[in-house]
Design a protein around this ligand. Structure first.
Ligand code: MG
Length: 367
């Protein structure tokens, strides 16, 4: 065989090159058994500005790499308060790469799985601006969603320290709902609240009520029959403000509610939390990756989680068994690795991370 190749002019170098090309083209037939999950703020964008390396990193994943491979990725953020479509539009505009809404996992995205249970049950949706979160909930399939605005519209003495909205377009129904006859079956916090006092009071009213009826009180506070769900428990807000110090977020609001419930009832308030670093969010992101790119291989897909926040991104990825990648373009700016939640890989920025991982994965798959 060697002599035949030699006779027809195939020297060692060209044979090696041919074999390498065959190997590369074979690998393009196989779907990649790895994927990426990017945090958004501090990795792809910073506030209202994009991080230049992010555009190049996403182009690499969309096939613009020496292996001509399309590598699946999702954006995984603790932000929210808008639909996945709106977030995809915002990020596409900032980064200059078209993002499909299916690739966006917001803090409240995994809560759409709860719609199977609550699709025809009245649920209280808390947080966000105007009726944005109500619109998100309706899109997820919560047909009977209501908001604190609806409760204030029904009876403004629920919270006498602020006035009901005069913007009737943000109500879910222009006619006042008769809450004494409408039990609330679950409370779901989709985003940071814009009115802490009102929402603390209304949530306590529902959680302390008998069977979710506003204005009643249950006889036994050790029993909690209205479940409570949080979309993330970050102490700091995701809102970008001009103030030089972080603002209180949903996690701070949770501490206030838990503390008040305990003080008022003597019992602990039970709840379920989503968002990073909670496992339910990672499980949901894997569902999304499977929909985007069904796995053709039996071995579990390797997911590289790229983030800037050790406590959320790195702790969550490590806990779920993904490979954690810490970048220095956001919260973390230290020289080495994080002391509290060390990452598997540390890179300067998202482009460096993507280049190194593609190189490692494709070299390995061609061996
Ligand atoms: Mg971040």
């Amino acid at each position: 065989m060697t002599s035949i190749l030699n006779r027809i002019g195939f020297n060692l170098h060209s044979r090696k090159a041919a074999l390498s090309a065959i190997s590369r083209s074979f690998s393009t037939f196989q779907k990649p058994n790895y994927a990426f999950a990017f945090d958004i703020d501090g990795v792809l964008i910073k506030g209202k500005h994009h991080i230049p390396e992010a555009t190049r990193a996403l182009k690499l994943l969309n096939g613009d790499n020496i292996h001509n491979r399309n590598i699946p990725f999702v954006l995984l953020t603790n932000g929210g308060g808008v639909t996945e479509e709106e977030k995809a539009r915002q990020i596409s505009k900032l980064v200059g790469i078209k993002i499909d809404p299916k690739q966006v996992v917001l803090s409240h995205s995994p809560m759409q799985n709860l719609a199977t249970k609550y699709h025809d049950k009245r649920v209280l949706i808390v947080g966000g601006k105007g009726r944005n979160c109500y619109d998100v909930a309706k899109k997820y399939g919560f047909k009977e969603a209501v908001t604190p605005h609806d409760i204030m519209h029904w009876n403004s003495s629920v919270w006498p320290y602020s006035t009901p909205t005069s913007d009737l377009s943000i109500l879910t129904s222009t006619a006042a709902l008769n809450f004494p006859k409408l039990p609330i079956h679950a409370v779901m916090v989709f985003h940071d609240t814009y009115d802490w006092g009102r929402d603390l009071q209304i949530m306590l009213d529902v959680l302390c009520s008998q069977g979710g009826i506003m204005g009643t009180r249950k006889p036994d506070y050790t029993i909690q029959d209205v479940p409570l769900y949080w979309s993330n428990v970050n102490l700091s807000s995701h809102l970008n403000t001009d103030f030089p110090a972080p603002r209180l977020g949903q996690g701070a609001f949770k501490i206030a509610l838990d503390s008040l419930y305990k003080t008022l009832t003597g019992s602990d308030l039970k709840s379920t939390s989503f968002g990073k670093p909670h496992g339910a969010t990672y499980q949901f992101a894997e569902q999304v990756l499977e929909l985007l790119e069904p796995q053709s291989q039996s071995s579990r897909r390797r997911v590289y989680a790229v983030g800037d926040n050790p406590a959320a991104d790195i702790q969550g990825a490590n806990g779920y068994g993904w490979t954690s990648v810490l970048v220095r373009t956001g919260v973390f700016t230290g020289k080495g690795n994080s002391d509290d939640f060390p990452a598997d890989i540390v890179c300067e920025n998202v482009e460096e991370a993507v280049l190194n991982i593609i190189d490692k994965e494709e070299t390995h798959s061609n061996e």
